[in-house]
Design a protein around this ligand. Sequence first.
Ligand SMILES: Cc1cc2nc3c(=O)[nH]c(=O)nc-3n(C[C@H](O)[C@H](O)[C@H](O)COP(=O)(O)O)c2cc1C
Length: 170
Amino acid sequence: MKALVIYFSRADENYFGGSMRYIDKGNTEVVADYIQDIIGADLFKVERKVPYSKDYMTCIKEAQDEQKRNKLPELVKELSNIDDYDVIFIGGPIYWGTLPQPMFTQLSKLDFKDKIIMPFSTHEGSGLASIVRDIKKYALKANIKTGLAIVGSNVNSSKPLLQRWIDEQL
Ligand SMILES: Cc1cc2nc3c(=O)[nH]c(=O)nc-3n(C[C@H](O)[C@H](O)[C@H](O)COP(=O)(O)O)c2cc1C
């Protein structure tokens, strides 16, 4: 089975169980790389044309505002088809209870008919929140598997968990 990971992830200033710090690689990107290691998936990183601010508190406000207005921001590059793939991992950080809006910009451009979808999130307490329900809006005819939520501050030790999830679902 040929697999693809479509994900969003933000480096820069982030929150880790009570304190802020700058990171070079976002939490979800760590997870996406592990999925690639485990299953040999291709990666597609969704990038907002105008990146969110590096400053955490400003980014929080930008993302909230964009979501409230249901705005789908422009991307650096859009993936135009996923015909070659059987399994699509769709993941990102939880932003205000769901995926970041740039993910929906990308999902709205693709046809997920008959694809297997593996939803995942990284988060600081919300789990999968409403990402499965929201992915379904764009993938009505897909086979959506049970998702996996990973606490952002624990991503570095998540590889065995990911391996188990993939073994169970696929
Ligand atoms: C704009 C913004 C909104 C967030 N909203 C939530 C939330 O609603 N629930 C939650 O558990 N974590 C929330 N977080 C924390 C992130 O989901 C978490 O730190 C995640 O691992 C970041 O992933 P990344 O490094 O791949 O971007 C939020 C973070 C940001 C920047």
